[in-house]
Ligand binder design. Structure first.
Ligand code: GLU
Length: 273
């Protein structure tokens, strides 16, 4: 059933803040370095890769010595501005070790809603991929605000699905702090089972997602499911998997049964859950 994942050529990978930072807020250099190596390796193997990375606000808080997320909007925006630069500095360092060129794209919601901006952004992504570059996208948190109606995408799960549509990806991989979608909350119910395959998203899936929410992060499971639903309609597969060990990306692309696979094709065999 996952056989076709081996042939996914254009892949968007989304990594959440908790997957690239330690609990104390410091950047997890080992993980970032591994991620840079794996994504470069995928490029070397002939795949096209786009990374959607969170972590700007987290890295900014750490750099500024803030113990908690600022509440005031202007401070939150300023923190993201500091952190985004830091984030890219580390990505640049690690990717350049493998001689891989990267690019930064900071997006806002109007990139999707405004036809001209959308086309321009699409062209930029395609040009970068043609040049062999790995684009790294994040929301432009320093200018997109909740206060301006409709200007903020709000979470990187949704952003990653928008990017997957813009670049016409074959697959979106969301690396998170949870192994995938469970049929109950694993924190409460020790018998909770990981659902390995989903071929249609209905009320029941959203109910389950509500119960099995991940611990942290802006989006949680709801925005992941909603993103997978958007992508199913566009013929793009989604996998939600744990970012604990980023080598899982290889397992996913070898068709191994890890995480939850939201397939655009109907179930055709014996997957247990
Ligand atoms: N754009 C935010 C950041 O870089 C993260 C949003 C999210 O995690 O969904 O901090």
């Amino acid at each position: 059933m996952r056989e076709e994942l081996k042939y996914a050529k254009r892949i968007v990978i989304k990594i959440g803040t908790t997957s690239i930072t330690y609990e104390n807020g410091n950047i997890n250099l080992r993980k970032m370095e591994q991620l840079a190596k794996i994504l470069t390796d995928l490029r070397n193997s002939g795949k096209e890769v786009v990374l959607v990375s969170s972590g700007a606000i987290g890295a900014g808080m750490n750099k500024l010595g803030l113990k908690k997320k600022p509440e005031e909007l202007r401070e939150k925006q300023a923190t993201a501005a500091v952190g985004q630069a830091l984030l890219m500095q580390f990505y640049e360092k690690f990717f350049s070790e493998y001689n891989q060129t990267i690019a930064q794209l900071l997006l806002t919601k109007d990139v999707i809603t405004d036809q001209i901006k959308r086309k321009n952004t699409e062209n930029t992504f395609h040009a970068l991929l043609e040049m062999g570059v790995i684009p790294i996208a994040n929301e432009n948190d320093s200018v997109a605000t909740d206060e301006i109606e409709g200007s903020k995408i709000g979470d990187n799960d949704t952003l990653s699905s928008m990017v997957a549509i813009l670049v016409k990806a074959d697959l979106l991989i969301m690396l998170s702090d949870i192994d995938g979608l469970y049929d109950a909350s694993p924190a409460i119910n020790p018998n909770a089972q990981l659902i390995c395959f989903v071929d249609s998203i209905d009320e029941k899936i959203y109910r389950i997602a509500g119960a099995s929410n991940s611990k942290v992060g802006t989006g949680g499971m709801f925005t992941k499911i909603r993103s997978a639903e958007y992508l199913m309609k566009e013929g793009i597969h989604t996998i939600i998997a744990s970012g604990e060990n980023v080598n899982i990306v290889y397992d996913i692309l070898e068709g191994k049964e890890v995480g939850t696979f939201f397939s655009t094709k109907e179930r055709s065999c014996e997957c247990q859950n």
